[in-house]
Ligand binder design. Structure first.
Ligand SMILES: C[S@@+](CC[C@H](N)C(=O)[O-])C[C@H]1O[C@@H](n2cnc3c(N)ncnc32)[C@H](O)[C@@H]1O
Length: 323
């Protein structure tokens, strides 16, 4: 692991000497490179204290657990039971399912780690569907906020079973920033029927995608399961157009939007973008996955004259840092 704080000057000196370029240029390029690698989860500030190592292990275990990478083989077991019902010899096959078809198991793990829906079913069994890269991105963004001493709460709009929001809360708690609020915004009944012309052809409402609808009670229970439900976790139930414009949110350091539709993404940006503090992050989960979501973001950025560059996180998600 590369210590972000201490190594760039030394690396920059080497680059400067090696390539015969002024130190300032080398330093800028190295910092920019590390910044981008950090955003993608490849570089982290090293904290070798006992507390730092424990925190890292806690967060690493949490990312696996929230993604159901820990008990992933149960997903195959349930699938097999659903497909084949009871038959003789099943107990042995269920027990050894991971080893009977290792390619299938590897495929499942790869899709979950990558935050991709697998056979339209991956989200049934994990508390988040966003995968490890996007969880690491949250870790990095939160780290920047804490390091820079910026004010602001964290908010996710579009939480499904709550896993990414649970991770946002865990980051606050693990970094002794528990006074900040984690806002959890969702209809808690899935997506609405598409209303915008740009969402036609992307109908994801509950009758079509039942697993995208998780009740308020079940999300609160999921927070409780991780011992992360507290007064500082605030729920904003309702359709975004109703719940967000007058929400008692004051300042946001992280605004994470994971709402799939054009209409939903625009509603969140319009209600909350101005509450993001300078230096805060706006993360768009579905930018490359859904052209309708991308349209909402691109339109909003043009209308507001936002020039802050978009950084790609993985195959779908992007973020920008507000200047
Ligand atoms: C893809 S899921 C979110 C996944 C989640 N972030 C995770 O960690 O797995 C999309 C969520 O957005 C919510 N949603 C979409 N449009 C909405 C709207 N207009 N108002 C309220 N909730 C909405 C849905 O209820 C659903 O829970």
């Amino acid at each position: 692991m590369l210590a972000e704080e201490s190594r760039p000057p030394k690396v920059a000196q080497r680059v400067s000497v090696e390539f015969g370029i002024p130190f300032e240029h080398a330093d800028g390029a190295v910092s920019d490179f590390l910044y981008r690698m950090g955003a993608l989860g490849f570089v982290r500030a090293d904290d070798q204290s006992c507390q730092g190592r424990l925190r890292e292990r806690y967060l690493t275990l949490l990312k696996s657990t929230l993604s159901n990478l820990v008990y992933a083989e149960h997903e195959l077991r349930i699938e097999q039971l659903e497909q084949e019902g009871t038959d003789a010899g099943r107990p042995r096959r269920l027990r050894d399912i991971r080893y009977d078809n290792p390619d299938l198991f590897d495929e499942l793990i790869a899709h979950k780690a990558d935050g991709r829906v697998w056979r339209r079913r991956a989200t049934r069994f994990s508390h988040t569907m966003i995968g490890l890269r996007r969880l690491e991105n949250l870790e990095w963004c939160a780290g920047q906020i804490f390091k820079d001493g910026l004010e602001g709460d964290f908010l996710e709009a579009g939480v499904c079973q709550g896993g990414a929001a649970i991770f946002l809360r865990a980051l606050q708690v693990a970094h002794e920033q528990a006074h900040r609020i984690t806002w959890v915004a969702d209809s808690f009944q899935g997506l609405p029927k598409p209303s915008s012309e740009f969402d036609k052809g992307y109908d994801l409402h509950e009758a079509v995608q039942p697993w995208l609808a998780a009740s308020l009670r079940s999300v609160q229970d999921n927070f409780r399961t991780y011992d992360l439900l507290s007064e500082q976790v605030r729920f904003l139930p309702g359709w975004f157009a109703d719940s967000l414009p007058d929400a008692p949110v004051e300042k946001l350091a992280i605004l994470r939007i994971d709402a799939d539709y054009y209409s939903s993404t625009r509603e969140v940006l319009e209600a909350l973008y101005d509450k993001v503090v300078p230096g805060g992050f706006i993360i768009i989960d579905d930018y490359h996955a859904f052209p309708n979501c991308r349209r909402a973001v691109d339109e909003f950025r043009v209308e507001r004259g936002i020039m802050d560059g978009l950084t790609r996180i993985d195959w779908t998600a992007v973020f920008w840092r507000k200047t």
